[in-house]
Design a protein around this ligand. Sequence first.
Ligand SMILES: NC(=O)c1ccc[n+]([C@@H]2O[C@H](COP(=O)([O-])OP(=O)(O)OC[C@H]3O[C@@H](n4cnc5c(N)ncnc54)[C@H](OP(=O)(O)O)[C@@H]3O)[C@@H](O)[C@H]2O)c1
Length: 311
Amino acid sequence: MMEKPKLLIPGISGLLGLNLAFSALPQWEVVGTTHSHPLAGSEFTTINWQYDKAGDAKQLVEQVKPALVINCAAVASLDAAEQAPEFARRLNTDFPGELALACHNLGIRFVQLSTDAVFDGQKGDYTEEDRPNPINTYARTKLAGEEAVLTCNPDGLIARVNFYGWSLSGQRSLCEFFYNNLRDGNHIRGTVDLFYNPMMASDLADTLLEMVSQKLSGIYHVSTAEQISKYEFGYRLADQFGFDSSVIEKASWKDLALDAKRAPNLTLNVSRLIKALGHNLPTVDDGLTRLHKQLRNGYRDTIRKLAIVVK
Ligand SMILES: NC(=O)c1ccc[n+]([C@@H]2O[C@H](COP(=O)([O-])OP(=O)(O)OC[C@H]3O[C@@H](n4cnc5c(N)ncnc54)[C@H](OP(=O)(O)O)[C@@H]3O)[C@@H](O)[C@H]2O)c1
């Protein structure tokens, strides 16, 4: 039997990392790093590892010797980045830069996950040619991460994304916020003045792997083609799962107690990617249908069972 090529996923315990690992398993031997959330036994190998200092990224790549690296490690919460800006800079900027350089020097393909939040949200429908203007610490460190990657690895692929899916904790993603509360009949608020185009994590994982197989490089917006408010997302999720949507109250993000400033319209234009792949991308409803199927076929439980309860 032919050996599978090796894929390294720094941040495999995160929301995207885990879903990516499951999407990649049929084609790739998957190795990933965890930090504060070690994983129980699974079909992939995990290394408990943390990025501390310059040199760590190179050492990791030399140890694993992958054919491909997709970097999912990050301080991915806007509010956490605001509270620990120096740590966010190291993980969101320095680490991807070092990883990209190590990959470039060793001839390894490299993919960096970036964010729609590099824009200020004043316009929406952003193309790759639009000028970023980050408005919070998270977004500034992610944009600097893009620049660090492209400076030392011109063949690197940068995917600006926004996504949702089932996570290790069951509480990481906006879809889990809506699902958990709608299931319990809790009254919740959904913002009508924050717009985005969220992609389901497994759809995103499949798309990233297709982009790698097509040898795409440079910056791409990778999301659904449909642009909706967060309230609308909750409403559609309720519809898909058969929950009562009347418990979702329409709200403004300005009424929520948030540390980091929010950008109102972060919708991404995905025409460049559709043209490059030669087909349309999954819609929001396609994603929600797949999410529901994953609940029914036990995929969500498989993910949750990987969590090790630290006593
Ligand atoms: N979630 C979204 O909707 C969204 C939107 C736009 C862009 N993105 C980008 O997509 C990527 C993946 O996001 P995500 O939501 O999957 O992130 P996540 O769930 O927060 O996972 C982050 C990962 O980074 C690891 N990590 C944290 N601190 C570390 C350290 N010091 N050293 C090594 N690893 C460390 C975490 O490990 P432990 O959990 O084991 O500590 C975890 O595996 C990120 O680049 C993020 O900026 C996400």
